[in-house]
Design a protein around this ligand. Sequence first.
Ligand SMILES: CC(C)(COP(=O)(O)OP(=O)(O)OC[C@H]1O[C@@H](n2cnc3c(N)ncnc32)[C@H](O)[C@@H]1OP(=O)(O)O)[C@@H](O)C(=O)NCCC(=O)NCCS
Length: 255
Amino acid sequence: MPDQPWKTAITDVSGGAIRVRGYDIAEMMEHLSFADAIYLILKGELPNNQQRRMMEAMLVSSLDHGPTPPSNLAARTIFSGGNPLNTAVAAGVMTIGDSHGGAIEQCARILQEWVKREGTPQDLARTLVAEFKEKNRRMPGYGHRIHKRDPRTIKLLEIAERIGYKGRIIELAVAIQDELERTSGKDLPLNVDGSIAAIISEMGFDWRLGKGFFIISRVPGLVAHVHEEWTREKTMRKMGPPPYEYDGPAPRDIG
Ligand SMILES: CC(C)(COP(=O)(O)OP(=O)(O)OC[C@H]1O[C@@H](n2cnc3c(N)ncnc32)[C@H](O)[C@@H]1OP(=O)(O)O)[C@@H](O)C(=O)NCCC(=O)NCCS
């Protein structure tokens, strides 16, 4: 047994009672939506109407993006290999990284750090994009392999503005998009990761929760894909690989 009790401020459980951030679970079940409960467990307080609406929109936005993202490919492939649903969904979650869903974390970190600096969002965007270009780094939260303008971003920003979240961080996020596109001449839209990063930052969430938002939103999509794989496809079906060319060493002998 450890000497010191393990402290947690999240949930208190004793015989017959469960309280999340101080609220009785039965009362929560009676009165809260799932988005309310997620806000409560992550932020520690109940959301107001504005926070609730924004949470709902963000959680819906990343629910699924078809079968091709790495998370769905991994989940379906692992299931097809003869593994259970939990293993397949976990494999999907493990693909969430800097290029897929995970960009929320680093984008939110950058926005939260840079917004504290002096200057207009446009000035900050110019300096930031120039620094990234000099270091040959990609700006997390921008660019999309399919969408020239991410429809999820358009809607999230529209809802954010309508309900009063048009602050300096969102302005900075949009100014970075404009500057990236101006200096590169390419379509580098603020994508769903970037817009969630800006909005959660505007809402006062710690950037370290960034990947968590994507995981919470995407897991239902992964479960649906694995269930479809289970009920509609034969095990170890031909899933790929896509056409490829070998460009390694020619056949050779060890001895
Ligand atoms: C999402 C992503 C992988 C899509 O890439 P893509 O559309 O296939 O584009 P490519 O990787 O072929 O890159 C095309 C060009 O745009 C540039 N580019 C792409 N994303 C960029 C970004 N976020 N910042 C700066 N430049 C970027 C590349 O450097 C490349 O430039 P080059 O032609 O001079 O070499 C890419 O935009 C990216 O890495 N974004 C950052 C991570 C991110 O936000 N992921 C979440 C996606 S929802």
